[in-house]
Design a protein around this ligand. Structure first.
Ligand code: SF4
Length: 210
């Protein structure tokens, strides 16, 4: 998530699939932020998203007015979420730029809308149409067999998770599309070697969080 705005036209180079997905696994593990060439896109800051902030994120919390955060549902005490205004905009987005960019929450640092084209998971929330548009613009390069194998493995992981429908670690709740995409990327190594057949199987409809 980042700064100012630009037109959403044309294809965007998402990079080689293997490099991206391995880097994304590191970002999910919290080893580093996601390096997204947003180029001024603010779709994820203007799409009615609740931003989770953990109790350890003291820097971010010290830069966000206390009245803008509230306890995160179903998470232990200390976890909060930053809401959005009546337009669906993050209140920290001022004049089209993140006003706390150097201090933004971990959720923002690790958000990467390339998870959707990488997994072929659709953004099916009408309030996130801007993210869906931006996500459709990305195009991954698959120059090597390793890139193609990784892509097949990610798609196989999506199908596996779709069949399970719920995840015990989330209290048995159904996965939202972003959660499904992130978890598929997390676990896809287990599906390396599953081959291209996994790609041709019908995609199991992902489940919405109730
Ligand atoms: S904190 Fe900054 S980067 Fe995060 S959603 Fe708000 S404006 Fe965007």
């Amino acid at each position: 998530m980042t700064g100012s705005r630009r037109e959403d036209q044309g294809d965007l180079a998402a990079g080689d699939f293997s490099s991206w997905v391995i880097g994304m696994q590191g970002a999910i593990r919290g080893e580093h932020g996601a390096e997204v060439p947003c180029d001024g896109c603010t779709a994820c800051c203007t799409s009615s998203q609740f931003i989770h902030i953990g109790p350890d994120e003291t820097d971010a919390l010290s830069h966000i007015p206390a009245e803008l955060v509230f306890p995160a549902p179903r998470l232990p005490r200390g976890h909060v979420v930053l809401g959005y205004d009546e337009r669906g905009h993050c209140p920290m987005l001022i004049d089209g730029r993140c006003s706390i960019y150097e201090h933004r929450p971990r959720t923002c640092r690790t958000y990467d809308c390339r998870i959707f084209p990488a997994t072929a998971v659709e953004v099916d929330d009408g309030r996130k149409a801007q993210i869906a548009r931006q996500a459709r613009r990305w195009s991954f390069a698959l120059p090597t067999q390793a890139d193609r194998d990784r892509q097949h493995a990610v798609r196989a992981a999506v199908r596996f998770l779709g069949r399970r429908k719920t995840v015990e670690s989330d209290g048995g709740a159904a996965l939202s599309p972003p959660q499904l995409a992130v978890r598929a990327i997390e676990i896809h190594d287990a599906f390396l070697g599953s081959g291209e057949k996994a790609d041709r199987a019908p995609l199991v409809a992902h489940q919405r969080r109730r």
